[in-house]
Design a protein around this ligand. Structure first.
Ligand code: NAP
Ligand code: ZN
Length: 349
């Protein structure tokens, strides 16, 4: 089937309306009419070729929500009309150690929702800036939020799971002081989720304008990171730091805020490296530096259910498809409150 999408033909070309094709649903496939798709900073990195290996045409988008419009003969978990989501993963090898442990996000053969090799035309996956997607039911998530919240659920499919997974893995909870660095799409979800898990949350931002808003998101304290006195007040006090910043910066500024045995986990994926950390900032207090990639499919469902139960959604600004480029420029300035979401109905016009 031919549908409308928004994508780019080269890294230095703007996104434009294009026609793409989707396969007819196979026996285990779910066909989804996309209602909304969030705009992740990874979309910008990928479509503008900031990371190696972008395949063109590139249709980004991995924060997809919508309604099931058809199912294959052997689909057992979904039926037409269901509210569902698709995140960053649409397939994996099914037999490696990671897949067997239910961690397909770490499978070397993981097929990402866009920019991964696939037998479907044009030979690589095309993402959610499009009217429809066809996905094996194993990678389809059930949305249990009320339908009127659907647009604000979309960012949970990447920003939500990418922050939920490390917060759970490093066992963030009551009695702990947790830092969230960068209050963008991921960071604002990190604040909401760490707060809901019972931690004392300190938000770190470069934007004075986000100081009050971060408190409303669930932060207990806010630090404007350009202010050395404010930073110093937190030395050796944090159990865990979730760093979501999309650009290279001095990691040492944050290591010194960790307690003995504290961990800083990077989820931000800048195109060029951070300046190296000072080894002594790690060894003198047995601190750790870690990374984390989105989350598995079972954990994404767990996160969606946790958010439905706790009434958590993203703070969003709805845009039309022809406003995506302008949204990218605002994202680069940190001017997002806190996630752009594309109204897929505007792809047709
Ligand atoms: P975003 O909405 O643009 O937020 C990033 C935030 O970082 C900004 O709002 C800003 O917050 C802060 N920041 C400080 N200095 C910056 C600078 N020079 N340039 C850009 N941001 C700066 O981005 P996002 O969608 O949350 O994604 C954040 C990063 O995570 C991206 O690199 C993305 O590719 C990556 N990511 C990784 C995974 C994973 O699995 N590990 C998944 C999704 C995304 P303040 O104004 O508060 O300083
Ligand atoms: Zn993303």
């Amino acid at each position: 089937m031919t549908i409308k999408a928004y994508g780019a033909h080269a890294g230095d070309r703007p996104l434009e309306s294009m026609d793409i094709t989707r396969r007819a649903p196979g026996a285990h496939d779910v066909q989804i009419d996309i209602a909304y798709c969030g705009v992740c900073h990874s979309d910008l990195h990928q479509v503008r070729s900031e990371w190696a290996g972008t395949l063109y045409p590139c249709v980004p988008g991995h924060e997809i929500v919508g309604r099931v419009s058809a199912v294959g003969a052997h689909v057992s978990g979904f039926q037409e009309g269901d509210l569902v989501g698709v995140g960053c993963i649409v397939d994996s090898c099914q037999h490696c150690e990671e897949c067997e442990e239910g961690l397909e996000n770490y499978c070397d053969g993981m097929v990402a929702t866009y920019n991964s090799a696939t037998p479907d035309a044009p030979g690589h996956t095309l993402g959610g800036y499009s009217q429809q997607i066809v996905v094996h039911e194993r990678y389809v998530l059930r949305v249990r939020h009320p339908e009127e919240q659907l647009a604000a659920v979309a960012p949970l499919l990447c920003a939500g799971i990418t922050t939920y997974s490390p917060l759970r893995h490093w066992k963030v909870g009551p009695g702990q002081k947790v830092g969230v660095v960068g209050i963008g799409g991921l960071g604002h979800m990190g604040i909401k989720l760490a707060h809901a898990m019972g931690a004392h949350v300190v938000a770190f931002t470069t934007s004075e304008s986000k100081r009050q808003e971060a408190l409303a998101l669930g932060a207990d304290e806010v630090v404007v990171s350009r202010n050395a006195d404010e930073m110093n007040a937190h030395r050796k006090s944090l159990d865990f730091i979730l760093n979501t910043v999309a650009a290279p910066h001095e990691l040492d500024d944050y290591f010194v805020l960790l307690k003995r045995d504290g961990t800083m986990t990077l989820v931000g994926a800048p195109a060029s490296p951070h300046p190296s950390p000072q080894v002594f900032n790690l060894i003198m207090k047995r601190r750790s530096l870690a990374g984390s990639l989105i989350g598995s499919i079972p954990e994404t469902q767990e996160m969606l259910d946790f958010c439905a139960e706790h009434g958590i959604v993203a703070d969003i600004e709805m845009i039309r498809a022809d406003e995506i480029e302008a949204a990218y420029e605002r994202m680069l300035k940190g001017d997002v409150k806190y996630r752009f979401v594309i109204d897929s109905a505007t792809l047709a016009s």
